[in-house]
Design a protein around this ligand. Structure first.
Ligand code: PFF
Length: 444
């Protein structure tokens, strides 16, 4: 009990939902989902993606919340408390989330520059030129990345309730409000509805093995599963917070935001532009042709920045909790170590797009390597291992007690969840994983 008081936690159910939805809703929804969708045949991809969210992502999210809530520990201790000798699984998650932070913070920094440049109308007419000059420069992207990291740092040292919860309660409503304003505006655009129908109409001819791989990777990434971020948030849930209900709210909000983001982007008529340039080149270009374009562009990048910030604090917290609880450091000291680590890694990732772009590992610069390695190798692997842990390693009665009592899962739904975690997740994810690795290696 004493430890629980010392650890801190969320004040109530709403805080738990907002913080966890904040972790889920991020660059993955607004920056990545739309371009992956357009690359994979629109509606067909969305159907497969929704299947992955429902049958793989949701059970894994419930599982991760349950491990955190049951143990009330940082990711490493959480696994080893439930089953001795399994702490490495938490460590693997922490390493993965640290690697993700390396490139994620760089893109997050870009959102700051773009918000500022849109507000001051200083992007100019050459959108592609602005993007490549900025992202390959030495100092400018670094400065914005560092600013973003500092912002995170201050929220984290504010504590679970005073920092993360407070920030989520401000950021998430603002994020939803901006999203709704942009969505209403974009549907009102003349070409909007037509472009929308085109994108959401399934084109099954574009579906390949890679489509499944992309859909599953996106589902895991967008729900932040397997990496300890949701585990640590679950460990801060107040007793009485229903795990399954919270997971369903988070998944619904996350899916809704991804779909609305796709509506906004596609109805602006940019569905053919692909890759990471979609948000940073195509969108400002479209906005520039609209009345009050810089206001819309500013709102759009503010939205992207808010989404990124609410996600990065969960990543930072997952790693900080390790230093605080496992290494016995103060919160301030633990957070400083993580912040410095992230500063170094994101510096390397940012420079790898410009000055250090000749330095390649397996044909990729460090930025792309961090992205691909975590998405293709670590995310599926962690998904498989988490499912195996909860489905097979965790003592059956204890797991059932956690899920049906605290979890709020009724006796009829429980066997379905158990079946998904024991069989469906490990088998399906393994199949996709093997194909993913094969494709990854062939592409090297
Ligand atoms: N879910 C976030 C997104 O969609 O952008 C990314 C993320 C957050 C991944 C937290 C991992 C994590 F631990």
């Amino acid at each position: 009990m004493e430890q629980r008081v010392k650890r801190g936690g969320f004040g109530g159910k709403l805080a738990a939902i907002l913080a966890a939805a904040g972790s889920a809703i991020g660059l993955g929804n607004i920056w990545r989902f739309p371009y992956i969708t357009s690359e994979n045949g629109g509606g067909a991809f969305i159907l497969i993606y929704l299947g992955c969210i429902l049958f793989l992502g949701l059970p894994l999210l419930v599982a991760e919340f349950a491990v955190g809530h049951n143990s009330k520990c940082n990711p490493i201790d959480a696994y080893s408390k439930i089953r001795k000798g399994w702490g490495w699984l938490g460590a693997l998650g922490i390493v993965s989330v640290f690697l993700i932070m390396g490139y994620y913070f760089v893109i997050s920094g870009w959102t700051l520059n773009y918000t500022l440049a849109s507000a001051t109308n200083s992007i100019g007419g050459d959108f592609g030129g602005f993007f490549s000059a900025f992202t390959t420069a030495t100092w400018k992207p670094l400065i914005f990345t560092y600013l973003f990291i500092l912002l995170n740092h201050f929220i984290i040292i504010g504590g679970v309730q005073g920092g993360i919860e407070k920030a989520s309660k401000v950021m998430m409503p603002l994020l939803f409000a901006i999203l709704v304003v942009l969505a209403v505006y974009s549907l009102w655009l003349p070409d909007g509805r037509e472009a929308l129908v085109n994108v959401f109409t399934p084109d099954f001819s574009k579906v390949t093995g890679k489509t499944f791989l992309d859909a599953m990777g996106q589902a895991f990434f967008t729900l932040s599963v397997g990496m300890g971020a949701m585990l640590i948030y679950g460990s801060y849930f107040k007793d009485g917070t229903k795990i399954a209900g919270t997971a369903i709210s988070v998944v619904s909000l996350d899916t809704l935001v991804a779909l609305i983001a796709a509506v906004i982007i596609f109805s602006a008529g940019v569905e053919n532009e692909s890759g990471m340039q979609l948000a940073f080149v195509a969108m400002p270009k479209v906005f520039s042709t609209m009345p009050m374009g810089n206001v819309w562009a500013t709102l759009f990048f503010l939205l992207l920045g808010l989404a990124a910030l609410s996600s990065t604090i969960s990543m930072h917290e997952a790693v900080t909790s390790y230093f605080v609880e496992k290494r016995g450091m103060s919160r301030n000291k633990g957070a400083i170590i993580v912040t410095i680590g992230v500063l170094v890694l994101s510096t390397v990732a940012s420079l790898s797009l410009g000055d250090w772009s000749d330095y390649k590992v397996a044909g990729m610069n460090i930025f792309a390597l961090l992205d691909n390695f975590t998405a293709i190798v670590m995310l599926p692997l962690l998904g498989i291992l988490t499912a195996i842990f909860v489905g097979w390693v965790w003592k059956k009665e204890d797991m059932k007690a956690e899920l049906t009592a605290q979890g709020g899962i009724d006796q009829k739904t429980y066997p379905v969840l158990r079946f998904l975690l024991r069989y469906v997740c490990p088998v399906l994810v393994s199949v996709v994983f093997v194909f993913g690795i094969k494709a990854f290696i062939e592409n090297l």
